[in-house]
Design a protein around this ligand. Structure first.
Ligand code: PLP
Length: 357
């Protein structure tokens, strides 16, 4: 089957195979990677290699720390304001969709002035994001936060916005999907369960000069400075997730890294959007310039056919196509692990479904 779930999402078949083979006997130790101390030199070597591979893949500059954190994407919604801003500060947030809104809600608990600079807009060509010139940025913001790829809405902001304060980006659903200039950011974070590995785990890439600012009552496991000092092992990390993430990073390197992945992802998304656009039976609600390369929502002209579409898709081995419960319709999440064959199978199914409807 091809799994189009938004997350936890499909992982590369090769990685799952390797994990299965090593499950009971990791590194010839006769035990699982889950059963070894995170302080054991064998585990530490694996953990360091995973970081090294991620650094290579994303070309992360020396002056950034890579943190392996608990609590997924939403954990970072709380970590960011506590670590990067003071309680009396102003912070700027772009509200481009549902995940941005959840991040804003969390920030308000820790920072007095949470300024929403702009939001999503409806245009004749579909949902879009207000133009940067119309954003109400605060000159003194401790940081600017945005979500470049809104997983639920299928809206993306392509290109890094030109703002003069540290940029914090929630890349939960687009990290490692294409090349990126990390040096443009203060913090990049991602829940792991789309392009990295198991859920509940998160990666935060934090510029050195933003460490040492945590609010006094920040919980210690969410404190970037402590986790940086402890090599993300202040407490017991999610060792299995770290291991699996490491396998995914090695797989990505074997695919040719993020440049090759970006080309494939572009081609996958273009093929699916082109098919949807030429059809009067299916429709994507997002302005072409703001479409996500990872999450492709689509609606059937006759919504009464939704259940039949989903049931038949599942029977055909196309899983996880139901849209998020907040927006309805369908959504195909086509992260790194989705091969072109999955896109072809989906389009073939959509064509058949339309023909028989
Ligand atoms: N941010 C984005 C962009 C997401 O897509 C998600 C959801 O999966 C989250 C944050 C929340 O992640 P988690 O469920 O790991 O807290």
């Amino acid at each position: 089957p091809f799994n189009f779930s938004a997350g936890p999402a499909m992982l590369p078949a090769e990685v799952m195979q390797q994990a299965q083979e090593e499950f009971l006997n990791w590194n010839q130790l006769g035990i699982s990677v889950m059963e070894i101390s995170h302080r054991d030199p064998v585990f530490v070597r694996m953990a360091e290699q995973a970081e090294q591979d991620l650094r290579e893949l994303m070309a992360i500059p020396e002056n950034y720390r890579v943190l392996f954190m608990h609590g997924g994407g939403r954990g970072q919604f709380t970590a960011v304001p506590q670590n990067i801003a003071g309680p009396e500060d102003t912070v700027d947030y772009l509200d481009s969709g549902i995940w941005s809104e959840f991040a804003i809600r969390e920030a308000k608990k820790y920072v007095k002035h949470v300024n929403v600079v702009a939001g999503a807009v409806t245009t004749e060509q579909g949902k879009a994001i207000a133009a940067v010139n119309d954003w109400q940025l605060s000159p003194q913001a401790a940081y600017f936060h945005y979500c470049p790829n809104e997983t639920v809405d299928g809206i993306a902001l392509h290109g890094v916005p030109d703002v003069n304060v540290p940029i914090v980006a929630d890349m939960s659903s687009n990290i490692l999907s294409e090349p990126l200039d990390v040096s443009r950011f203060g913090v990049i974070y991602a829940g792991a369960q789309k392009n990295i590995g198991p859920s509940g785990f998160a990666i935060a890439i934090v510029r050195d000069d933003l460490l040492g600012r945590a609010q006094g009552n920040t919980s210690t496991i969410m404190d970037y400075t402590v986790q940086a000092a402890e090599n993300s092992m202040y407490n017991t990390p999610n060792t299995f997730a770290w291991y699996l993430a490491g396998l995914v990073f090695q797989w990505l390197k074997r695919q040719g890294g993020v440049a090759a992945m970006g080309r494939l992802n572009q081609a996958k998304a273009a093929k699916l959007y082109d098919y949807i656009d030429q059809s009067s039976f299916y429709r994507n609600p997002v302005h072409p310039a703001y479409r996500s390369m990872m999450n492709v929502p689509f609606l059937l002209a006759d919504e009464a056919l939704n259940d039949a579409f989903l049931a038949q898709a599942e029977a055909a081995g196309l899983l996880g196509l139901k849209g998020h419960r907040f927006v309805g319709g369908m959504r195909a999440s086509i992260y790194n692990a989705m091969p072109m064959a999955g896109i072809d199978a989906l389009i073939e199914f959509m064509r058949e479904f339309e023909r028989n409807a």
